[in-house]
Design a protein around this ligand. Sequence first.
Ligand code: CU
Length: 478
Amino acid sequence: MDRTLSPVSRRYFVRTAGALGAGLVLGCGDDPTRLVSPGPDLAKGGEKGKPGGNGGGGTRNALKIPTVVDPRTGSLTVSPASLDVGGRNATVWAYNGQFPGPTLVVQAGGENNLRLINGLQQETITHWHGMLVDDLNDGHPRHAIAPGEWFDYSFTVNQRATMNWYHPHPHTLTGEQVAMGLAGAFIIRDKEEAGLDIPVGPPHEVPLIIRDASFDRNGDMEYKPRSGGFEGDTFLVNGTLEPKLSVDAAVYRFRILNGSNARIYRLALSTGDDFHLIGNDGGLLASRVDVAEITLAPAERVDVLVDLTRRPSQSVMLRDLDTGWDLLELEVNDTRVDGSIPTGLSTLAPLTDPGPQPAREFSFDGMSKINGKVYDMADPGFTVQKGVTERWRFTTRGNAPHPVHVHGAYFQVASRVGGRGELFPWEYGWKDTVLLEDGETVDVLIRFDHSAVSGLYLMHCHKLEHEDMGMMTNFTVE
Ligand SMILES: [Cu+2]
């Protein structure tokens, strides 16, 4: 890979022969109505091979653990692949033939120099969700590459430890590409995390990408968009149907991402035991909070310790209370391993409150607009001055939930008025996505101060069908 080229010229065009060449580009669908025709609901009922939502008393499948990859060199190819989703094969769209994609792991200060290669028959581009990078590396849809093209990323990961993720971000196609399987975890390590007595790496730290899914009559992944948000009729954890994980009677650290297009989970343990919540989108919280339930909207992450030392030879379910789905069975053996549940975790500096009046107000209107406007890629949007703390206010007139995501900075959630009317422990600390329900006004404090961040970024609803229909805006950091 030639890293001496200027960022702009890092976009290359592959000369392809055959399959990826002429004529196979699917329409990108500027017409947002393409999302409003869901088509027949084929997967209702019990076709052959349809994965059961819950149980049926069948055996469960070993949870897949994605391979760990150092992103300093190498490539990520997106293409369809037929692979094991737990007891059977399905055609999905995969990064490097893996679903979920490989787990990228970097030390703070490390680099991502991956080449993205588009083996799909439609345009794509990959966004590094939660990464604070210059705008050429942010995976903005204006950088989408056609089938057969490639895009070379090159940036330094200079931020605190957390679990971010990567997924496609081409305008109007994000929902389809994520639903078809394109997502992976991106873990950052640092000294602060290493200094805590918590599991780092296998076997006691386990990333869990939770999502829903639908499969067609052939058992292949199927995307059935609805303007209110795609919801699949079954679930996958790390691309595994009905998963189970054999575990020691130990303290486990689960790095949980809601990788769904639209579904919100209300996570709990079947034992009623607490999650020991230690982190979220932007890394460690100041101190541990013990909670019995966690509401997790699309793109949100939590970092939780689960104490299984008192559960030898038991079965513990990670459960979604809304659907009743037993998302993951933890099959605890009788090997006891000592572990600790630390209380003090990190020192977080609160942003200085610039006052109660919001600098900007964003109304998430209908299913496709912010402040009355559908996304226009050519409109640079509003301008934010670097280094200035602002209060932003998110409101909606309906059609929520809207998980609001901002690129280029983390924010601190300041208040929620109306609706649920409170902030939750998983919203403490640093966030890049916050859930806005109907009737809610959510204020956040935000400051774009990362040295790499400059130029054009995005704010959007992370319900991917809303995003694809235009509930997104550019803004410029200068
Ligand atoms: Cu929305």
